[in-house]
Ligand binder design. Structure first.
Ligand code: ZN
Length: 183
């Protein structure tokens, strides 16, 4: 494994060290970043810069990391991908979600890969241990919004698109089962 990947994992772990996922297990945040990189790797994506960007994708949005810090340590290609994936947190949440759908069509190939991996990882988490306090409707709305974002990404990697679609369908079956009236 390229050393740069370990450095990216170490950097992201340090930056996210005080953050937890919103699941009932309060999973350390870094588990999510590592899972996104693993999802890409599992479908045959080995590009070091893309995998580094997957590990680092939430550092600028959710920690005190600056784009300059990323480009100094990991180069401008990696920081460029991370910045493509960084939402403007000064905007209201609904507007940010709308912009993700709209801007998905402009993503570079590498940023599109990480974006799809991110959505798959979040959908897996919703199926296995959803964020505390999320209703079934909200969980399902996340899946539908993710589908809208991903469908606007151009030139998708076939294997990754297949994993996204399978996870989406698994979620829909899961929600239908949970909604079924108990006998
Ligand atoms: Zn993420």
């Amino acid at each position: 494994m390229p050393l740069q990947l370990l450095h990216a994992a170490q950097f992201a772990a340090e930056k996210h060290k005080h953050q937890r996922r919103r699941d009932s297990a309060e999973t350390p945040y870094i588990n999510h970043s590592i899972r996104v990189a693993a999802i890409l790797n599992e479908v045959g994506i080995y590009h070091t810069g893309v995998l580094c960007a997957a590990l680092l994708h939430d550092t600028v949005e959710d920690t005190d990391t600056s784009p300059e810090e990323l480009s100094e340590r990991f180069g401008s290609d990696v920081s460029g991908i991370v910045m493509e994936l960084t939402d403007d947190k000064s905007l209201p949440k609904a507007e940010r979600k709308r912009l993700q759908v709209e801007h998905a069509s402009d993503l570079s190939y590498g940023a599109g890969l990480v974006k799809i991996g991110d959505k798959i990882a979040n959908m897996e988490n919703i199926i296995s241990d959803p964020p505390v306090g999320w209703s079934l409707d909200r969980q399902q709305a996340y899946f539908e919004w993710s589908r809208d974002v991903v469908s606007n990404i151009p030139n998708k990697h076939k294997g990754l698109e297949f994993v996204f679609q399978s996870t989406y369908e698994r979620g829909m079956r899961h929600f239908a089962e949970l909604r079924e009236p108990k006998p």
